[in-house]
Design a protein around this ligand. Structure first.
Ligand code: ATP
Length: 211
């Protein structure tokens, strides 16, 4: 589905990504693992179009795909950030319905209906009117997931989904990712936690630290 071939990227003269090649299969979960500083976040940013790369090719469904151009504002690749990045001045419902309205042009009634249905799916139905500061870390993360899913991404990516949460929630995050996999959502999960990766991954790509 999404295929990377020999992706290279240097920052300030230092090679961070070297010949990164893998393919994530539709409906499956790919984990990108590696030690600190291996370039996991950098790679995720490249995939999501939030950062450039120097050489290599990326295709999506066998078509050339330039994330910086083709993902901008389109939500083809959704991202759940480590720190969630919710809009603090918006309610849970508004956080989820905003992008479909502003970016995809969905009318407000429909986008709110869809947001409510996603919130119900993620066990947040009774949190629709709360603001981010009123939510626990685990719930904020689920709002971030609902917000990404609201754009109907072809792939949902996570940057270190367990690291900002209490360790007791690790299994809940794993269950949630497994539940989304059962719903046929294609997922890419960046993690340094090998045991976590083992639980959720169909496929693992190991990123080695460069010198
Ligand atoms: N904008 C930047 N400017 C300078 N160096 C950068 C920049 N972005 C990333 N780097 C460097 O690239 C290397 C890889 O960083 P990255 O955050 O991608 O690694 P990581 O595997 O996600 O690490 P961690 O698990 O610690 O988050 C680091 O040495 C980092 O300092």
């Amino acid at each position: 589905m999404l295929k990377l071939e020999k992706i290279n990227k240097s920052i300030e003269g230092r090679q961070i990504l070297k010949d990164v090649s893998f393919e994530v299969v539709e409906g499956q979960t790919l984990c990108i693992v590696g030690p600190s500083n291996a370039g996991k976040t950098t790679l995720l940013r490249v995939i999501a179009g939030l950062g450039s790369f120097d050489s290599g090719t990326i295709t999506l469904n066998n078509e050339p795909f330039d994330p910086e151009v083709d993902n901008r504002s389109k939500g083809v690749i959704g991202v759940v950030f480590q720190d969630f990045r919710l809009f603090p001045h918006l309610s849970t419902l508004e956080n989820v319905s905003l992008a479909p309205e502003l970016v995809a042009g969905t009318d407000q009634k429909q986008s709110r209906q869809e947001a409510l249905s996603l919130l119900a799916q993620l066990d947040l139905a009774d949190k629709a009117d709360l603001y981010p500061y009123q939510l626990s870390g685990g719930r904020k993360q689920r709002v971030a997931i609902a917000r990404a899913l609201a754009m109907h991404p072809q792939i949902l990516c996570y940057d270190e989904p367990t690291s900002a949460l209490d360790p007791s929630l690790r299994d809940n995050v794993a269950s949630l990712i497994q539940q989304l996999r059962n719903d046929q959502i294609t997922q890419i999960v960046v993690t340094h936690d090998l045991a976590f990766a083992e639980k959720i991954a169909d496929q693992t790509y190991e990123l080695a630290a460069q010198d």
